[in-house]
Write a protein that binds this ligand. Structure first.
Ligand code: A2P
Length: 268
């Protein structure tokens, strides 16, 4: 198959990088990841997002995508949903190595370590592709300098949707830069809701009924020791925020660090 877009047919604005697709991996009929070249001038903090588009129109459709790779990586990785008739993802899901992807130059976002007060334990709560910013943070050595324990939670409908993060965390053990500092600190806790698996249920329910904590062998979440980040659908964000507040945590932001943060930019 030929590359979808071998050379941009439209002029690239000054605030946009045009990068080459390096690799693409499909996990299910709903999920895929891809890596693009990283421009030397692109700096971001692990956990931030950028706007992504394709050079297939004079005014391309852009969507917010969390950078899934850590800030030290030579390429930029994304984890994406495939939306049927989605203005961007119906085309994006067809990219192959050599194609061009557009990335606006300015990253931003709330899921950054600086937005949290110091603490002992960091919980990263995600559903679906909401795990992407955490794929970045768990590969950043700074996360382990700041926290003694990091608990990454992903809830998906089906087991196959957990493959991306499961493989990533397994590979981390062998990583020369992060393997050692994450060893014994990072724990991955995955659950499914629509397919039978060893751990089932929505993370919100598992926090409310205490099963998350008993499975992890930890006390219930507490503002004294615990910090949290949330990324998922709007319904999941609102519900998880409500549950965390019931445990006494408070929402923070870049300019006002507190005990948890929420990312409200999502992919369509
Ligand atoms: P469920 O299967 O019970 O709807 P989606 O693919 O639709 O974004 O969902 C990803 C995961 O998020 C699913 O496992 C889904 O569970 C779960 N989910 C959906 N809404 C919420 C919510 N309000 N709180 C927690 N988890 C949710």
């Amino acid at each position: 198959m030929d590359a979808l877009v071998s050379a941009p047919a439209f002029p690239i604005p000054d605030n946009v990088f045009a990068e080459r697709v390096v690799s693409v991996k499909h996990y299910t009929d709903r999920l895929f990841s891809f890596r693009i070249t990283r421009p030397a001038a692109f700096r971001f903090r692990s956990g931030e997002f950028v706007m992504i588009g394709l050079p297939n129109a004079e005014k391309p459709v852009y969507r917010a995508y969390s950078v899934a790779s850590p800030s030290w990586d030579e390429e930029v990785e994304f984890f994406s949903i495939k939306v049927e008739n989605g203005p961007l993802t119906e085309h994006l899901q067809k990219i192959i190595p050599g194609d061009t992807v557009l990335m606006r130059k300015k990253p931003t976002g709330t899921l950054v370590l600086d937005a949290l007060l110091p603490g002992k334990r960091l919980y990263l709560f995600s559903t679906g592709t909401g795990v992407a910013p955490f794929a970045s943070l768990v590969r950043d050595p700074e996360t382990y300098e700041k926290f003694e324990e990091v608990i990454l939670v992903q809830t998906c409908r089906e087991v196959a949707e957990l493959t991306y993060i499961t493989e990533l965390v397994e590979a981390l053990a062998e990583d020369p830069l992060v393997g050692e500092c994450s060893a014994g600190k990072l724990r991955l806790h995955t659950t499914t809701t629509r397919e039978a698996s060893p751990r089932m249920g929505r993370v919100t329910d598992l926090m409310r009924n205490g099963k998350l904590f008993s499975d992890l062998g930890l006390p219930a979440i507490s503002p004294e020791t615990d910090r949290a980040m949330i990324c998922g659908s709007m319904a999941m964000l609102n519900e998880t925020k409500y549950v965390l507040e019931s445990f006494g945590l408070e929402e923070g932001a870049n300019n006002a660090p507190a005990t948890f943060v929420v990312e409200r930019a999502f992919v369509g």
